[in-house]
Design a protein around this ligand. Structure first.
Ligand SMILES: N[C@@H](CCC(=O)N[C@@H](CS)C(=O)NCC(=O)O)C(=O)O
Length: 371
């Protein structure tokens, strides 16, 4: 079952202890995947990452793998912009999914996976979870990440082109791909309800259609997401102000969760609106951690809003490569083919990612570059 699901992905092996134990099904730039990957890397356990591209997660072999986790299927309800399983239930067709070969278990949902890894793997480099850490994980879990990713502010959309362009068709493609699977006679009958429920959720998120609550005006929805994001960040700010953040000499899973969240806010061009100087100082403290920094550098989206951070933390060339990718997205994918210089910069950016991966002693990364 695991190897059938693995056919839907490219494989990267991260070195470490307990070889062969963990396999992670993930997408490089997905926030939930980044949280889990980052914790696994800090735990210094070996793991194989099956890196998926959008819609490969709708292959029945992958659906079958997630089904093995035994989670109850979600019931789509009015969307609050988050992907929290505590609020919406478990989505049968998303990433990440963790396979623990030693325990012969499949674990779904990034928050549950992070807590599972915490219980199962002892480590000197990631603080053990306590109630305070778990409170932070729950708050980040309800952060309206997908809401801010899928729909920008209609009056001033600050999302980088690398997001705006694909997100323009993403919903349509999501719905069409799910409908296509549901129209196929070879979709196993017991998986059909999973696709039905996912299609219902997709329609609600992207078109507001169906018998679920409509999304309503996109401007209002964006403002609701921003208010919700502020409430989450207010909690972080208060913890920082009172020096109650559960961080010691080594980072905690709470730090990891905020790290990917604060960088995503920055990527989206929302830092000015959402990140105050105290929270920004905290982000910069986290960027000072070499492993956290590296996980960010190879998995971030091309975004003009990241250039200052890249310049400061990763050097001039990394910042230039980001800018080149940003420019490539601005002229459009097709035109890039006609621009020799852009093509070189894109190749360099991809080589940079490979070099970061190799610096960890990862193997099988050749397959990634070939894509
Ligand atoms: N609560 C889930 C949410 C997972 C989720 O929404 N994953 C997104 C990426 S961050 C995904 O796979 N989206 C692709 C899709 O819906 O097709 C978790 O934390 O694991």
């Amino acid at each position: 079952m695991v190897s059938a699901a693995g056919e839907c992905a490219t494989t990267i092996e991260f070195p470490g202890r307990e070889p062969g134990r963990f396999e992670l099904f993930a997408m490089r730039q997905s926030i939930c995947s980044q949280k889990v990957r980052c914790c696994l890397m800090l735990k210094e356990n070996q793991f194989v990452e099956h890196e998926m591209v959008p819609f490969k997660n709708y292959e029945p072999a992958y659906a079958r793998l997630r089904q093995a986790a035994g989670a109850a299927v979600m019931t789509p309800r009015a969307w609050d912009g988050s992907s929290s399983a505590s609020v919406h239930g478990v989505d049968p067709l998303v990433v990440p999914t963790l396979v623990d070969n030693a325990a012969r278990r499949v674990i779904v949902d990034s928050k549950a996976i992070v807590e599972y890894i915490d219980r199962e793997v002892a480590s000197d480099s990631l603080q053990t979870c306590n109630d305070d850490v778990r409170t932070h994980l729950a708050i980040v879990d309800e952060f309206p990440h997908p809401g801010l990713l899928y729909h920008g502010d209609p009056d001033h959309d600050s999302r980088p082109e690398a997001l705006k362009t694909p997100m323009g068709h993403y919903g349509e493609l999501m719905i069409a791909t799910l409908e296509e699977w549901l129209s196929r006679a070879d979709l196993p009958a017991d998986l059909r309800p999973l696709y039905d429920v996912k299609l219902k959720k997709a329609k609600m998120i992207w078109t507001g259609a169906g018998d679920t609550a409509p999304l309503g005006d996109l401007g209002d929805f964006h403002r609701t997401c921003i208010r919700k994001a502020r409430r989450c960040l207010d909690f972080l700010d208060a913890e920082l102000l009172e020096d109650k953040m559960p961080t010691g000499p080594k980072p905690s899973a709470a730090d990891v969760a905020w790290f990917v969240t604060l960088l995503r806010i920055t990527e989206l061009g929302l830092a000015e609106e959402l990140i105050n100087p105290r929270v920004e100082a905290y982000l910069h403290r986290l960027l000072g951690h070499p492993k956290l920094l590296d996980t960010f550098i190879w998995s971030h989206l091309p975004s003009p809003h990241l250039t200052p951070i890249l310049l400061e933390r990763a050097g001039k060339e990394a910042a230039q490569d980001n800018d080149a990718q940003v420019a490539a997205w601005q002229v459009g994918r097709v035109d890039v083919e006609a621009h020799g210089t852009d093509k070189d910069a894109l190749r360099r950016a991809s080589q940079r990612r490979m070099a970061f991966l190799r610096s960890y002693g990862t193997t099988a990364v050749g397959a990634v570059s070939a894509r």
